[in-house]
Design a protein around this ligand. Structure first.
Ligand SMILES: [Zn+2]
Length: 353
């Protein structure tokens, strides 16, 4: 008892040094270190076995209960949260008369504390009350409800007023599906080429193909290899490098020939020596070269050409048949007429139709 009462006082420096020197003599093992008044108040040091050669800071009476015979149980000793958690984790409380169990902090509800079950509620309780409210007090006349301050304590019932809900994503506070949809889109990554795909005329399956191709989601060899699937070693069109979506559509010499023939036939001036990495970039660069009235028609022709390159690739892979560039361009020309007949008016403008 005297020792702990001394610890609670602000000892002069000479007294701390004196006590520390006695401690060092009594405990020869382990790492020697000076002890300050704060440490003396906040923890009790124990010597570990020689093979561990160190010290552990025991949290003292706040981590686990001590019997009334333990003098330090009366002291308010500061304990680091990490150390407190170390001792709290394996401890559960079984409530008897509820006098020693802390209502807010101890784990007395099936091994969990109120702080574990309702972490947002705990900040509304004053720390002094949280540390001192025993279960037997809290459950008497529902005293724990009064412990909660802040927003909960300011509620006054208004019998003549109906409950309402305010939706903070609209100016008038009323819910709208539009605002909810916009909230769901917050923080999304945008795809710059989306308008070129979805606002140009093309059959839906072709738009979907380009949507996937621009996002490198078509099943080219590189993607199949990444998933551990069987795939051709080299590009099926040029047999030179590994097949990727960007190579197939932009960099492949065979594809370039088809692009060149098709765009030349449609009098769309394209540049094939631009330094681009992706389909999307290349498409954007070529579109910029087109005069305004021709851009929508060019976009349709672009998708039609890319679609036929992909189809030729698939025929070579699955049917083991290969067509030359001239034959593929002829197929594109034939399909241009079909697309114009089906409603691709802007594509028709490219050919004066
Ligand atoms: Zn190739």
């Amino acid at each position: 008892m005297p020792t702990y009462l001394i610890m609670a006082d602000q000892l002069p420096a000479w007294a701390i040094e004196e006590i520390d020197s006695i401690r060092k003599k009594e405990v020869p093992l382990g790492r020697q270190r000076p002890i300050g008044s704060r440490q003396m108040l906040s923890s009790v040091d124990y010597c570990l076995p020689p093979d561990t050669a160190g010290w552990i800071r025991h949290p003292g009476p706040q981590a686990i209960w001590n019997g009334p015979s333990r003098a330090r149980s009366a002291l308010q000793i500061k304990v680091e949260p990490e150390v407190q958690a170390l001792f709290d984790a394996p401890s559960t409380v079984h409530v008897g008369n509820g006098e020693k169990t802390m209502f807010w902090m101890d784990k007395w509800l099936d091994g969990q504390s109120i702080a574990d079950l309702a972490p947002s509620l705990v900040p509304l309780v004053a720390k002094r009350i949280m540390r001192s409210r025993a279960v037997c007090q809290a459950l008497t006349a529902r005293l724990w409800v009064r412990d909660i301050s802040g927003a909960l304590s300011g509620i006054q019932l208004q019998p003549d007023l109906e409950d309402t809900v305010r939706w903070k994503w609209t100016g008038d506070g009323c819910y709208s599906a539009k605002s909810a949809y916009q909230v769901l889109q917050l923080g999304r990554t945008t795809f710059q080429g989306a308008d070129r795909i979805w606002k140009s005329w093309a059959p839906l399956r072709v738009k979907l193909f380009f949507w996937l191709a621009c996002r490198r989601r078509i099943w080219t060899a590189d993607r199949r290899h990444r998933r551990g699937l069987e795939a051709p070693e080299a590009c099926l069109l040029c047999d030179q490098v590994e097949e990727t979506a960007d190579h197939l559509m932009v960099h492949c010499p065979f594809s370039k020939e088809i692009w060149w023939r098709t765009t030349s036939w449609a009098h769309c001036g394209c540049q094939f020596n631009v330094d681009v990495d992706s389909i999307q970039e290349w498409w954007e660069e070529q579109q910029k070269l087109q005069p305004g009235p021709k851009r929508k028609g060019f976009n349709t022709l672009f998708m039609l050409t890319g679609w036929h390159i992909w189809k030729e690739r698939n025929v070579r892979l699955f049917n083991r048949q290969a067509a030359g560039a001239s034959e593929i361009v002829q197929r594109i020309k034939d399909e241009v007429d079909l697309w114009i007949a089906a409603g691709a008016r802007k594509l028709g403008c490219l050919f004066g139709k």
